[in-house]
Design a protein around this ligand. Structure first.
Ligand code: GDP
Length: 369
């Protein structure tokens, strides 16, 4: 029996080293946390010490190959429980068999993939979840622990961006995005929120002069909410409206989505936004859109400082991965999520908890989905 100890930062690192030095038939005999370095015990670094071995005679015995097809979560849970309860602690388990144990991690990965969570995010999560799994005492290696780890991991990562509603402290809130995503409806919902919940003096300004119906729609909402609305057909009109709304706390600006891919439109928008440092740009995207299209829209706004995204039409889809992707891949936070056509009710401020629970919604804690 050839025995070797590995001191590593994480279990995935150990697995890599064991595989390359002892081969994939190696067995892990023992794992423990150790402290290295430091001075009189201070400033010591925590590491993992993994003892692995290879039996040159026995290693010819075939280990169960990894199944190419994904087991169901129920099967996975059973498999994990069997490994945890029926394998005596003293018995060593081959590396290949141990790699089967976290099949639950792979199952979670499959579920997140179905939700549309991007591959690079899932790869990182998977690697960390494997590390988490192997750093746990065997009794703690449960499906519940892995799901909780996933939940916490996603929550921690989402803290990198600003998630949550506006406090309406910027005077001009400018809404841009493709036609039909729900900009006008969202503006009406937020006009109600700003005036009713936050007690702000609100006005609405639209530069979307392409669609007569959109102007009428906005005027109808504005009259119900008792909020003034102005239509700007030119930059001069826009200046005039700004002066007219001087005494207002919040001016919600609707823009035409039609030409969002055209340079001309972006230049116009840029002029509008740079009119004031008190402006804040929101890109409105529908959750029903393809993620690649969302990225294309966001790229168009690269040169402008996008404050946050507002996602609409949550009620029309069961895939919420884009909520995570936009935050982690594009580095842009989410202000609101709208979930229906009703003005003013169908809008909720985005929150990390809500985003993560949306994505994990299908996975129940007993391991079934
Ligand atoms: P705009 O062109 O971006 O201004 O989009 P509109 O505000 O005119 O909305 C286009 C359509 O989407 C309308 O029928 C809205 O009622 C609808 N809509 C807006 N938000 C939502 C939402 O959250 N859920 C659903 N199901 N429909 C929405």
């Amino acid at each position: 029996m050839k025995l070797k100890k590995f001191q590593v930062e994480s279990m995935p690192e150990a697995l890599q080293q064991i595989k390359s030095e002892l081969g994939s038939e190696a067995v892990i005999l023992h794992t423990k946390e150790i402290s290295t370095g430091g001075w009189f015990g201070f400033f010591a670094k925590k590491k993992l010490e993994v003892t692995a071995a290879i039996d040159p005679v026995k290693h010819a015995v075939a280990t169960k190959p990894l199944q190419p097809s994904q087991p169901s979560l129920q099967e996975t849970k059973k498999e994990v429980e069997q490994i945890l309860t029926h394998v005596p602690q003293t018995q060593s388990v081959s590396l290949a068999t141990q790699l089967e144990a976290p099949a639950l991690i792979k199952q979670i990965d499959t579920e997140l993939n179905l939700q549309g969570v991007g591959e690079s995010i899932r790869e990182e999560l998977k690697e960390d979840a494997f590390g988490f799994w192997y750093s746990q005492e065997k009794v703690n290696r449960t499906p519940l622990a892995v799901i909780n780890f996933t939940r916490q991991w996603l929550k921690r990562r989402l803290q990198q961006v600003t998630i949550g509603q506006s406090s309406f402290n910027k005077k001009f809130m400018i809404f841009a995005g493709p036609t039909g995503v729900g900009k006008t409806t969202t503006i009406a919902k937020l006009a109600a929120e700003a005036s009713i919940k936050h007690g702000k003096k609100v006005a609405i300004l639209t530069t979307d002069t392409y669609r007569i119906a959109a102007i009428d729609q906005l005027k109808t909402y504005a009259s119900i909410l008792n909020v003034p609305v102005e239509v700007a057909y030119s930059l001069d009109d826009f200046h005039a409206a700004m002066e007219q709304f001087e005494a207002y706390d919040v001016v919600l600006v609707d823009t035409a989505g039609r030409n969002f891919t055209h340079d001309f439109y972006l230049k116009e928008l840029q002029k509008t936004i740079h009119l004031s440092e008190e402006s804040c740009l929101y890109v409105v995207l529908a959750l029903t859109a393809k993620y690649s299209d969302m990225v294309a829209v966001l790229k168009q706004f690269n040169q402008l400082a996008v404050h946050q995204v507002i996602f609409t039409k949550r009620d029309e889809t069961n895939s919420y991965g884009a909520l995570i992707n936009v935050c982690l891949n594009e580095g842009i936070g989410i202000a609101y999520v709208t979930n229906g056509q009703n003005v003013p009710d169908d809008v909720i401020p985005a929150s990390i908890d809500h985003i993560v629970e949306s994505v994990l919604e299908g996975m129940t804690l007993d391991g079934s989905s």
